[in-house]
Write a protein that binds this ligand. Sequence first.
Ligand code: UFG
Length: 328
Amino acid sequence: MKILVTGGAGYVGSACLRHLKQHGHDAIAYDNLIEGHPSAVGDCELIIGDIADTDKLTKTLNDFDAEAVMHFAAATYVGESVENPEYHYRNNIGGTLSLLNAMRKAGVDRMLFSSTCATYGNSPKVPMSEDQPQDPYSPYARTKLAVEWMIRDFAHAYGLGFTLLRYFNASGASRDGAFGEYHNPETHLIPIVLQTLLGQRESVKVFGNDYPTADGTCIRDYIHIEDLASAHLLAIEATTRQTAEVFNVGTGQGQSVLEIIESCERVAGREVPRQWAPRRPGDPPALVADPSKLKTRLGWAPRYTSIDETIATAWRWHESHPEGYGPR
Ligand code: UFG
């Protein structure tokens, strides 16, 4: 299949791009490089462009003769979305509208959308299945839910097969060390803890110790990036022009912030300085997947089932890439 990957130079997009290529698909990246890194795409083709540029996107889809789109390009920082919602609404909702119009013009009628468990928000039930009510807790999560509806409405009116993947916390690095997690500025927990272990930060701030969880810190479901990529491969291969599907992608296991710090300490063999900090606005207390539907319908099986194993891949990458992908 010929697949255009928006946000293909980002952390999750580049992992999926490489996985598609490794499994015989012809995939290219389309990325504005505001968050992405050219070196993350490896030897895959990269078109530098913004999803808001409908004409360039349409031309790229036509020139490549694309059959499907995997859509990752988005603003993703939860905290930033609370402080600057305009950027998230413009980029995520406006950008996806432009993409859907480009797809219509180019006659591309299959897509996979990178949605998020954050659309469930403050849900009372953990683990979460796909039919759980969605109650997004941050502007970022609200843009992702709005896009889910936009895709459904376009599919109904204009004909489009789609799969929505609501995934949990992407983490880790590739087993062969080819790519890892690097954002600048970094806001994600695991890279921050590892950067602290490397002496690049003085301590880890633990955002909130009064959540209704066993140790008072937030719980997330940390899924290894390669398992996330394998779910994307299965999902796009199963997406036909008639498909209208949604899957949660997570391990089914939750770890608290303190448990993540302890896992990093076990993996690196030394202690991480930490300090308590106030809750971060927009953070729900617990997000854990029920991945049963993905397993039974698509035959997905995660390779990484222990958090230490996942963090060990991230630690190897951070040790060997202390400056990440370096300056752009
Ligand atoms: N955290 C800290 N200290 C830090 C950084 C994070 O305590 O320095 C905490 C957060 O408050 C949160 C947890 O660690 O409780 C995980 O935070 P991340 O920033 O690593 O990840 P998020 O859960 O906020 O968000 C990520 C992605 C989103 C995605 C979401 C799904 O950034 O795009 O996972 O849960 F939607």
